[in-house]
Every structure is written in C-alpha cells, then in structure tokens.
Ligand binder design. Structure first.
Ligand code: ATP
Ligand code: MG
Length: 329
C-alpha cells in the first residue's frame, strides 16, 4: 500500500505563483508516488470573513486551476473540506485536548489577528482544524510551504497529547514533515511572504493573470538602489525575482550566476516576466478548456469526496470510541 499524502489550499483570493512554486507544483510532481488527497480548505477560509458568493465561485476556480496544473482526478482525490463532515467533527474533538497556550503562540494567528478588528475564535483554532485534516487520513507526508511548518509541529503535539490521554489512536505524522519548494515574497514588499489575502494590486502574480498584467506587476516590483544584480548579496526584492526565475526555469546555480550577475534591474525584470508568462501560458489554456466543460468540476469534487469519506469517517469512529463518545454498535 502506498503512503498517504495530504495537503490543502484555501479558496481565498486568487492562487499565485508563491502557492504554485511553494506547494502546488510539488503536489503534481509527487501525486503518483502516494495515495494523494488534496483539499480545498473552505472551512479554513472562513476563519476570516469571506463574501459568500465570491467564496463559492473561488472554490470552483481553484478546482479548475488544480486540474489545469496537472492534478489527475483519476488518481488523486480533490476534495472540498466542508463536503466531508468528519473534518469539522474531528476538529472539535482535538480542540478539547489542545491547550489554548499552544494555539496562541502561532505566528500566523498573531499576524492575521493583527489585521482584524474583532478576532474570530476560528482564527485561533485554525491549526487545530489543520491537525484534524492531517490526522483524519493518517497522512504520512504533508507537503506545504515553509510558512506552515509551525502548524505541522503543532499537529504532532496534538496527536501525541491525544494518544497519551486516550491511548494510541493516531499514527504520528513524520517528525520532519518535508517542506518543499521555494518561499516567494510579495513583489511590492519582499519582506512579507506573497499571500492570496494581502491587499495591493502589485503584490502577487496570480496564476490566471494575463501576460500584460504579469509584465506590469513584475516591472514594478520593489528592488533596491543598486545599479545591477549583486549576485552574492542581492537585496530581498532582487533575490525574490531570481528565485522566481530559477523555480520556473529550473536553471542550475552556475547558469543563473553567469547570466544574471551585474545585469541591470530593468533587464532582470523583463526576463523574469517573460519566464513567468511562458510557464503560465499552457496552464491558463488548460484552465479555459476545463471550465468550458459543463459539470466537470462538480463531478470531480463529488468523486473526490466519495472516495475519502469512508477513510475520514473511520477515523472519527475510532476517536469517538477512544473518548467514550456515543457510537452505535
Ligand atoms: P492566505 O493569505 O489566504 O493565507 P496563502 O497565499 O497563504 O493565502 P494558503 O492557501 O494559506 O495560501 O496556502 C496554500 C499553500 O501555499 C500552503 O502549502 C502554503 O505553505 C503555500 N504558500 C503560501 N504562500 C506561499 C509563498 N509566498 N511562497 C511559497 N509557498 C506559499
Ligand atoms: Mg496562508
């Protein structure tokens, strides 16, 4: 039996090249090596207010994008989190074994809470729901960007605490859940990671941005006052552009140095923009084809949920029994 891989992405805003290079590209690369479950985590999305109609549309758009980048629905399960009730059920049970201090320490919570006028309890419990996502499927591998590594550690701690309170129930996710891929920073502010939910039209390149928009955003990216690329000590903005180029083209380090060292920023940006446009063009074409097929996305999501529900319900039953909750015999 193949080991299980699980990962998720929120249907908030538009997926960007950071999501792609840091996570999604890797989902595609490894999907056949594992029993793969990829989740559109709408319950995570609503930890901050989402306009309902927009959220609904984003779920379909994101599914189309995941198919367009190469997730194979005949092999991998593409699942909307809220369509499998066990996610929310297990999250509650795990909430009850998680000390508040553990979740209050989370960096993402602190950052996102700062941006809110009133902080929803869901925002605090976000990593507990994420632990539920992982533990429901006893996933061995959880490929996420580096920003999620703290949440993965917490998932382990929660599993361990549950096991010590109620007996061996969860298989521990691997100690070092591999974080793979590049960390991409905002184009307008290279000190902050690129985020779907960040404001500002020059912040992120979306996977569906047309070529002229991509060019405009990258040509306006924040750099520094150097005249050209100092390859050994680039500023944060220039380093980010080089990372984007290399992640899309797969060029070797030596090639990168020979080509970009000393290059003027204007030329660097033009080349980065063209590399991004070239890489996204086939994805955008497939996306349009997929979305033009009526009912296709809905069918993929229905099949995905049907495939994983028995696994998820099996775990919830096991947890209920361990806790002494009521399960019909
Ligand atoms: P939001 O602002 O709504 O949190 P996000 O851009 O952080 O959106 P998520 O849906 O939270 O996106 O994350 C999806 C996946 O993309 C996760 O595996 C996450 O680690 C990864 N990821 C998010 N931002 C980046 C980034 N800037 N660089 C690399 N990987 C990223
Ligand atoms: Mg995020």
């Amino acid at each position: 039996m193949k080991a299980r891989v699980l990962s998720g992405i929120q249907p908030t805003g538009s997926p960007h090249i950071g999501n792609y290079l840091g996570a999604l590209k890797n989902w595609v690369r490894i999907q056949y090596d594992y029993d793969s479950i990829y989740c559109i985590v709408d319950l995570h999305a609503v930890t901050v207010y989402q306009e309902p109609r927009e959220l609904r549309a984003k779920i379909e758009e994101l599914t189309g994008i995941l198919l367009a980048i190469g997730i194979d629905p005949l092999h991998s399960a593409l699942v909307v989190q809220s369509s499998v009730a066990a996610h929310a059920e297990l999250a509650w049970m795990l909430t009850c074994v998680t000390p508040v201090g553990w979740v209050e320490r989370m960096t993402q919570y602190k950052a996102k809470a700062q941006a809110q006028e009133t902080i929803g309890d869901g925002l605090l419990q976000y990593p507990v729901l994420m632990a539920a996502d992982i533990l429901l499927y006893q996933a061995a591998i959880v490929p996420v960007g580096e920003d999620q590594s703290q949440h993965l550690e917490l998932a382990r701690d929660i599993a361990q605490r549950f096991n010590s309170l109620y007996g061996e129930t969860f298989v521990m996710p691997a100690t070092h859940l591999p974080t793979v891929g590049a960390r991409i920073m905002g184009l307008d502010d290279p000190e902050k990671k690129m985020s779907k939910s960040a404001a500002g039209s020059g912040h992120a390149v979306s996977l569906l941005d047309p070529p002229e928009v991509i060019r405009k955003k990258i040509l306006r990216a924040t750099t520094d006052s150097n005249p050209g690329v100092d390859f050994d000590h680039p500023g944060a903005g220039v380093r980010n552009l080089l990372t984007i180029f290399q992640a899309f083209t797969g060029w070797e380090d030596d090639n990168m140095r020979a080509h970009f060292a000393g290059m003027r920023y204007g030329d660097l940006k033009k080349q980065v923009a063209e590399a991004v446009i070239e890489a996204l063009e086939p994805i955008q074409k497939r996306y349009r084809e997929i979305m033009a097929e009526p009912g296709f996305v809905a069918k993929v999501l229905e099949n995905g949920a049907a495939k994983v529900r028995p696994i998820a319900n099996g775990t919830v039953n096991k947890v209920k029994k361990a806790m002494g909750l009521y399960t019909p015999e």
